[in-house]
Design a protein around this ligand. Sequence first.
Ligand code: ASP
Length: 365
Amino acid sequence: MIMMKKRVVALGLAFSLAIPASTGFAASSTSSVQDLLGMQEESLPNVKILATGGTIAGSAASNTATTGYTAGAIGVETLIDAVPELTDIATISGEQIANVGSPNIDTDVLLTLAKRVNVLLAQDDTDGIVITHGTDTLEETAFFLHMTVKSDKPVVVVGAMRPATAISADGPMNLYNAVKVAGAEKSVGKGVLVVLNDRIGSARMISKTNTTMLDTFQSEEYGFLGAIAGGEIHYYQEMLRKHTTETPFDVSELTELPQVDILYGYQNMPSYLFEAAAANGADGIVTAGSGNGSLSSIGSEVVKKVIEKGIPVVRASRVGNGIVTETSNGIAADSLNPQKARILLMLALTETDDPEVIEQYFNEF
Ligand code: ASP
């Protein structure tokens, strides 16, 4: 249950203005005056903003520049101060976890973030968390948290496509919407959410689909969970795959993650890519195959050898949508794209090296 700080606000402004300020009534009977004025208690949720950098915190040399800027130039307090309306919808505090472009989000940041989110959400004074993040690898961090957060409280990952310095920057409204979603009772138990461009997606299903355009985040095959319209949150779908409290993954004691490499499938894909991954210590491999996860005959043969060496291989697809179905050669990624399949394989390997258990994770999460 979300615990919220109470504050008293005036509803019915016109009526309250009509009441003389000093009636001699207030000191003795505050609640009656509140009733008279149409005042009532409204709850403001406590939302923590954890900032990691990205374009939402980006600064460009001119206000028309939307590429070639510095991602992660602005600190969390400046981000919060830029949207004073946040204090109307939540009690806000910010923490800077990192300040980098999201291609530089690494294992250290992922683990720091997940541990911090779990600590904060275990506290009564946190109702929800917003994470500001670069959009390039946002879906990887969001899915990592979707698998490792141990709470039903809302966690929302948000970014922007235009730097904070741009005309019509999308960051402030995205941040406002993210805080609104993170503070909402109706967002509880939905897993990690991604909010951009007035839409609410599940971390499992949403992906960046366009290099530069504002509407880049799509949940093409299975749809968004909801949207923000007219200042209201509207949900339409539930995430049925297991997440957060339903997974076995516990990052609280972890200081590193297994090494999982992604190998892209194409015509004439050479076998030395697999050899290079194995020689460089890969604990697992994800293939981004063509179509339904297919590889060339040479690629399929080498996958068998890699599996025989005890390195699990997960077959995903480079197509970007759809389900990779099971075969006897490797574990099917189901509908996870290669970058999310990598996250799940890394986490799976923190628990087990049994391919059957790993396969079960891919079927359930
Ligand atoms: N390169 C940026 C990043 O991912 C792009 C963005 O945030 O939109 O940090």
